[in-house]
Design a protein around this ligand. Structure first.
Ligand SMILES: [Fe+2]
Ligand SMILES: [Fe+2]
Length: 368
């Protein structure tokens, strides 16, 4: 792609140059000016499209998988979400992966570990559990769990539970791009847990309180491992009574590693945000990809000029550098959005940028 701008490549093809390019090709080389404008864009050019997946449409298909494949044969019984702009890459947006995993009571997935980091957001069911490095945690709708890089993990649903559906989120595509992924199967199919159920929440879940004395937590991820819905929602609601929040996101909070105040894992972060009755945020954009899951309420988001109406358990994505704003459709009830993102990677690499639409953030024109 040629550009008539000083400092950008603008070389006309000639028979002489074309012969020269062929010669370079034979030596596994090429002239940089033939691709320079494409590989150094003026701003991010995500191929990912803003997309919404309706839970009402997906749920019956997810449940259908229960009778079609066993978790033993499938490894993980997951329906993955594919971005229409990046087919065949297993990506829901950017280099993020997401899928809906379904399990019936008494089923389990065997223990393994990988260099990619994973998280889950529980959408429905009862009796679900996950075991991370020997710490077993019970899972209810709205709970958020992490399985960080290198930790052993296995999941299941207790025999007396209900069919459970959760959203998985992973950074494996990013890790694969960096040629840094590993996978291992645990010698035991299921991990034994020698500590009390939900022990990490009991020890590290106090608001503003951490264990004093003993050995300090030094692993590169949150010791809390699980963030329960009830205390999460309560925290949001309390904050909404005392703060105006962000003009771009309403009352937004990051799930943090309580030992550092930083994100839950090195590569992936997660947030929970509350839009008060009637709230409409202003538009902003930033580098980094975000995957939203509607935890409560109904409304719509305008992403890159397109309107996406959402309700509980719908999933939608905001590609890097796309303008976005959120609207709570109800005047009375609050709406809550769970989201995970690759922002810790963006920050760690020094690539984070953010800007408001107009002076202080305006509203987008809905174009289609
Ligand atoms: Fe895994
Ligand atoms: Fe944002």
């Amino acid at each position: 792609m040629r550009e008539d701008v000083i400092g950008r490549a603008n070389v006309e093809d000639t028979p002489e140059l074309e012969a020269y390019y062929s010669e370079l090709g034979r030596q596994q080389s090429y002239a940089l000016w033939t691709v320079a404008n494409d590989i150094e864009p003026w701003q991010p050019q995500p191929a990912s499209l803003p997309t919404l997946w309706s839970y009402a449409a997906l749920r019956p298909l997810v449940l259908q998988a229960l009778d079609m494949v066993s978790p033993e044969k499938a490894g993980r019984r997951v329906i993955a979400l594919e971005n229409p702009g990046r087919k065949g890459l297993s990506a829901c947006v950017g280099w993020l992966y997401t899928g809906l995993q379904v399990m019936r009571p008494g089923e389990f997935a065997t223990a393994h570990n990988h260099a990619s980091s994973a998280l889950r957001f529980i959408m429905e069911g009862a009796g679900g559990y996950t075991v991370v490095d020997g710490h077993k945690m019970s899972l209810a709708a709205g709970d958020f769990v992490i399985t960080p890089n290198g930790t052993w993990h296995d999941h299941g649903v207790e025999a007396d539970g209900d069919v459970t559906i959760w959203q998985d989120g992973l950074d494996m595509l990013l890790v694969n791009q960096l040629d840094a992924n590993f996978y291992a199967v645990h010698p035991d199919h299921v991990q034994k847990s020698n500590v009390p159920l939900n022990d990490t929440v009991s020890i590290y879940g106090g608001r503003g309180l951490l264990p004093a004395g003993g050995e300090a937590w030094s692993k590169p991820y949150s010791p809390l491992l699980k963030y329960e819905w009830t205390s999460t929602y309560d925290t949001l609601a309390q904050s909404a009574r005392a703060s105006d929040g962000s003009p771009y996101d309403g009352i937004i909070m990051q799930y943090v590693n309580p030992a550092t105040g930083g994100p839950v894992m090195k590569t992936l972060g997660a947030t929970i945000q509350l839009l008060r009755g009637g709230e409409r945020t202003r538009a902003h954009r930033h580098t980094g990809s975000v995957v939203y899951n509607v935890a409560k309420g109904e409304g719509f988001s305008i992403i890159a000029g397109r309107r996406f109406d959402w309700k509980k358990n719908d999933i939608f994505v905001v590609p890097s550098w796309a303008w976005h704003e959120h609207v709570n459709a109800s005047d009375r009830d609050d709406a809550v959005l769970f989201a995970f993102n690759d922002l810790p990677s963006m920050h760690a690499l020094g690539l984070y940028r953010e800007e408001a639409l107009g002076e202080n953030g305006g509203h987008q024109q809905v174009v289609h």
